[in-house]
Ligand binder design. Sequence first.
Ligand SMILES: Nc1ncnc2c1ncn2[C@@H]1O[C@H](COP(=O)(O)OP(=O)(O)OP(=O)(O)O)[C@@H](O)[C@H]1O
Ligand SMILES: [Mg+2]
Length: 403
Amino acid sequence: MRRLTGANCACYRTSPVSEFDLEFRNVTKTFGDVRAVDDATFQVRRGEFLSLLGPSGCGKTTSLRMIAGFDRPTSGEIFLDGQPVGATPPYRRNVNTVFQHYALFPHKTVVDNVAFGLRMKRQPRSHIAERVERMLALVELPGVGRRFPHQLSGGQQQRVALARALINEPTVLLLDEPLGALDLKVRRRMQQELKRIHREVGVTFVYVTHDQEEALTMSDRIAVMNHGRIEQLDTPAGIYERPATRFVAGFIGLTNLLRGVVEARNDRDVVVRIAGGARLRAETTDGAAAGAEVDVAIRPEKIRMTAVRPAAADNCLEGQVASFVYQGAATEYQIALANAQEVRVIVQNVGETWRAAVVPVGTPVYLCWSRGAGLILSDAAGAQPREPGDDDEAPAAERVAWR
Ligand SMILES: Nc1ncnc2c1ncn2[C@@H]1O[C@H](COP(=O)(O)OP(=O)(O)OP(=O)(O)O)[C@@H](O)[C@H]1O
Ligand SMILES: [Mg+2]
């Protein structure tokens, strides 16, 4: 027996055969014409917290259902703990699921709900009682064992669901929008709780959400999905700082996209000429050749807004304040550039007097950023480019079309 990580670890496993608890190899699932999951290949390390993030209908639940064995891949193979599980029925997979709606047995007490999995395995009574107590302590619900689910709050019910899922010591715990039914305050608290429980038990979590902030704050890595495809799988910082596609750039946080043509490139820099003739410099991270149409993606908070043109700046555009929204700690500005295109800028309000907090509408400003802060996204990279008028799958993207 091998003990997994974590001080209060509840989970043991016999002779692991792979460093990965979960692996997808070219997994596709179709329902008629719909490719719910499209050629997904990825691995999840032991004890990792992986989030599947993406808009409604992108294939998150279908992915979980295939891991749990409720759906079978149309093609490709899923491995659990190094073993292919194509022929393994759900009840023989060492995987448990926590759903958005707690799916507790309404007529069973909390103790009976939590004990259910071990009773099915016909474990000795004393062992079950001890394990239930440990699980309820783990989810910080001691003393409610005799209550029924309807006597608990939503957050408490979800803790019971977690305890019930963890008591079987799964290799992988699947969580499908487990906090989706909770109000914001409880949700925030449960996010912290889930992270703590994950650390303590060391079980691999595959967590489905369409909430980008939740994915960014909780995950070791995030798989961003769109139309069944994994567009990028990376750490939260990697996803935010180095989005691989326009879709990822637009889905995670706010992004300005400045359209232009690659004018020159060398080992270090790409120079992109945008409409109106201004040239932008970015680090060479993408294969776009000279002459290619690309977007320069720049986050609103990476742009420095100044009243005077700096003596030296990698990138500097002139504009004027079109509107702003004062948000307390920061102010978000819409800046109209020389050719009336708009760029969004977020300025932290660090001034020492309140008078300095906002720059009035109409003020001429310079927008500057370093070459490392902008990112080149070419049509060749990953997903389909999002065109104006497309559906709202990338709601946060600020497309500034320079044509
Ligand atoms: N049993 C089914 N029969 C037909 N189509 C299905 C079935 N299950 C899922 N789909 C389709 O597969 C696609 C992916 O669905 P899925 O439930 O995996 O999305 P999701 O990412 O979990 O979305 P949401 O965030 O809304 O829960 C959708 O187009 C959906 O309509
Ligand atoms: Mg779903």
